[in-house]
Design a protein around this ligand. Structure first.
Ligand code: SF4
Length: 113
């Protein structure tokens, strides 16, 4: 493992423990979320730092969570979701988490997707 890869892995693990409220505990869905991120690498996924370009989260940590703290300075608990509503809500489902993303955009008075 290279130095950059090790640095990103350590930061990702730190983020997991800082933001984690509840684990997803669904390896299949975690894999599906990760596949979605990785297949959008030209658009919203930074494959070198393995971070989401939209919310800046470390994706390897984020996909493992069911709920998380909103930010370092805001401990509001939110349902972990893709900020572009691209994640499937269940394995094999066509439904994505767009409604969840829009719920939080509405709460923050931001433009919905
Ligand atoms: S926008 Fe969604 S699909 Fe894209 S990297 Fe972020 S979490 Fe993954």
């Amino acid at each position: 493992m290279g130095v950059l890869e090790l640095k990103n892995k350590l930061l990702s693990e730190a983020a997991y423990y800082v933001f984690k409220v509840e684990d997803l505990n669904n390896p299949e869905l975690e894999k599906e979320r990760l596949n979605t991120c990785e297949s959008n690498s030209k658009y919203c996924f930074d494959n070198i730092e393995r971070r989401c370009k939209i919310c800046t989260c470390y994706v390897d940590a984020k996909v493992r969570l069911k709920t998380n703290r909103k930010s370092i300075t805001d401990s509001t608990v939110v349902v972990t979701h893709c900020p572009l509503g691209k994640w499937k809500i269940e394995v094999g489902s066509d439904e994505t988490d767009k409604e969840i993303a829009n719920h939080y955009y509405n709460l923050d008075n931001k433009k919905t997707i």
